[in-house]
Write a protein that binds this ligand. Structure first.
Ligand SMILES: *Cc1c(COP(=O)(O)O)cnc(C)c1O
Length: 421
C-alpha cells in the first residue's frame, strides 16, 4: 500500500518559531505618530511587541506552550491527496498540511495560544479581539479557556447574525461575544447612532477590540498580518519541513490562501528562510477583494479607526467597502508586510479566484478525498490546474504542498447557497 499519512510524535512539536524578517534587512518599518505607537505599547502584550520588532531568526517556544500545542492536536498530519491527484492526470503529487485537524478547526489556534499566554504573563484582566466568520474568535476563546483568561470577542455583525455556530463555540469555551459595532465602545456607539443595523467590518471590529482593551485593562490579540502573529504560526511550516522529508519529497511548489497572510506565511516562511532553493511560492486571495492581484504596494492603515500605525503592504484601501463573501477569513483589505515584501521581490506569486470557482473546486475535492475544506481553503485549489499545465510543459511531475487551513463543517450553508445543493 502506498504511504498516505506522514505523522510526527508529540516530541516533534517545534521548540522554536521562525522569524523571516531576520533575513530581510530592508523589511519596511511601521509608520505612525507617537500616539499610535503608544497605543501599541499599551494594548499589546509586552513580549508580543518585543517579538514584533525582533530580528532573531529563531525564537524559543516556552515549554508550557509546547504542551498546549500538543493538547490542541499538534503535530498535525501531512496527508497525500492521492485520489484528488487523479483530476490532474498524475502530473502532481499533492500533500495537505492539515491545520484543520486542530481543536478549533483551523490554523488560528497556533498563534492564539501564544498571544494569550503572553497577555497572561502581563497580568492582563482579559484579552479582546475581533473576528469575522468566527474562526479567529473561537481560537482566542479556546486559548483563553486553556490559559484561564477571560476573552471578549467583537464579531462583525453581519457574520454574527449569519454564522451562529462559531459564536456558540466561543460561548462554549467561556468567551464573551458581541456583535460589532457594539455599544461597548465609543467608536461602536458613534456608528450605531448613524445606523443601528450597521453590518460592521473587520476593520471596525479591530478598532473596537483595541479601544475596549485600552480602556478596561485588557490586552488586545492580533489575529494575522503582523510579524509576531505569523511567527507564532510557523509551527505548521517547521513540522511540514520534517514531514516532506519523511515523504521523501522536496516541494516544487507551496500554495495556500491569504486573508491577512498568516496562514500562508505560517507554512511557507520556514521554507523561504531555511528550505531548498527553487521552490515556487503561490498565494491566492479572493477576486471579490482583489488585494493580491490589484492591490497597490504602499503604506496603509490596518484598522478602520486608524488607531494603529500604518504598514507597508499590498492593499485595496482600508476604507474600501468589503463585499459579503462567504470565505469570511479572506475579507481583509491588505496583505501582511512580510508577505507583501516577498511579493514585491517576485519571490511569491499572487492569484485571486472567485467564490464560485473556488467552491466548485471544493466540491470536486470533497468527492475525491471525502473531506470538506473551509470556504477560505478552497481558494487555493484553482492554482493546481495551473501547476498541472506547468508540469506538462516541463514534462516533469511536480510535488505540491498545500496549507489546508481549515475544515468546512460549520460553513455548509454557504456551500449550499452558492452551489445550489
Ligand atoms: C482565517 C482563515 C484564513 C486566512 O487566514 P490569514 O492568516 O488571515 O491569511 C484561511 N483559512 C481559514 C480556514 C481561516 O479561518
Amino acid at each position: 500500500m502506498q504511504r498516505l499519512t506522514f505523522n510526527l510524535s508529540q516530541d516533534d512539536v517545534p521548540d522554536y518559531w521562525y522569524n523571516l524578517p531576520a533575513k530581510y534587512p530592508d523589511f519596511p518599518q511601521p509608520r505612525g505618530d507617537s500616539s499610535s505607537m503608544e497605543v501599541l505599547q499599551k494594548v499589546l502584550p509586552s513580549e508580543v511587541l518585543r517579538l514584533e520588532m525582533s530580528r532573531d531568526e529563531k525564537v524559543k517556544i516556552p515549554e508550557e506552550l509546547r504542551e498546549l500545542y500538543v493538547k490542541v492536536g499538534r503535530p498535525t498530519p501531512l496527508i497525500r491527496a492521492n485520489r484528488f491527484e487523479e483530476l490532474f492526470d498524475g502530473w502532481l503529487r499533492i500533500y495537505l498540511k492539515m491545520e484543520s485537524y486542530t481543536y478549533s478547526g483551523s490554523h488560528k489556534i497556533n498563534s492564539a495560544l501564544a498571544h494569550v499566554y503572553f497577555a497572561k504573563k502581563d497580568n492582563a484582566k482579559f484579552v479582546s479581539t475581533e473576528t469575522g466568520a468566527g474562526q479567529w474568535g473561537s481560537a482566542v476563546a479556546l486559548a483563553g479557556a486553556l490559559h484561564e483568561v477571560k476573552s471578549y470577542v467583537f464579531m462583525v455583525r453581519s457574520s454574527y447574525n449569519a454564522k451562529p455556530y462559531r459564536r456558540y463555540m466561543i460561548k462554549m469555551y467561556g468567551g464573551e461575544v458581541n456583535p460589532s459595532p457594539s455599544p461597548l465602545t465609543e467608536f461602536g456607539r458613534k456608528l450605531l447612532e448613524k445606523d443601528p443595523n450597521d453590518p460592521g467590518t473587520l476593520g471596525i471590529a479591530i478598532s473596537e477590540a483595541v479601544e475596549y482593551a485600552l480602556k478596561n485593562g485588557g490586552k488586545y490579540v492580533v489575529g494575522s498580518v503582523v510579524n509576531s502573529d505569523i511567527m507564532f504560526k510557523t509551527v505548521a511550516g517547521i513540522e511540514a519541513m520534517k514531514q516532506m522529508e519523511l515523504a521523501g519529497e522536496s516541494p516544487d511548489a507551496i500554495i495556500g490562501v491569504v486573508g491577512g497572510g498568516s496562514n500562508y506565511g505560517g507554512l511557507a516562511f520556514p521554507f523561504v528562510g531555511m528550505g531548498d532553493k527553487g521552490i515556487r511560492y503561490i498565494a491566492a486571495g479572493s477576486s471579490e477583494i482583489p488585494k493580491m492581484t490589484k492591490g497597490e504596494y504602499r503604506y496603509d492603515y490596518p484598522d478602520t479607526a486608524k488607531l494603529l500605525p500604518q504598514l507597508k503592504m499590498y492593499t485595496v484601501g482600508y476604507d474600501i467597502k468589503i463585499p459579503p463573501i462567504y470565505a469570511g477569513g479572506l475579507r481583509y483589505h491588505a496583505v501582511a508586510p512580510m508577505l507583501s515584501l516577498l511579493m514585491s521581490k517576485g519571490i511569491v506569486e499572487a492569484r485571486d479566484y472567485s467564490q464560485e470557482e473556488s467552491f466548485r473546486w471544493a466540491k470536486l475535492f470533497t468527492e475525491k478525498e471525502g473531506y470538506i475544506p473551509a470556504p477560505e481553503t478552497s481558494h487555493a485549489l484553482p492554482i493546481l490546474k495551473e501547476l498541472e499545465e506547468w508540469a506538462k510543459s516541463e514534462g516533469k511531475k511536480k510535488s505540491v504542498l498545500i496549507s489546508f487551513s481549515g475544515h468546512g463543517l460549520l460553513d455548509l450553508a454557504n456551500y449550499a447557497d452558492v452551489l445550489k445543493l
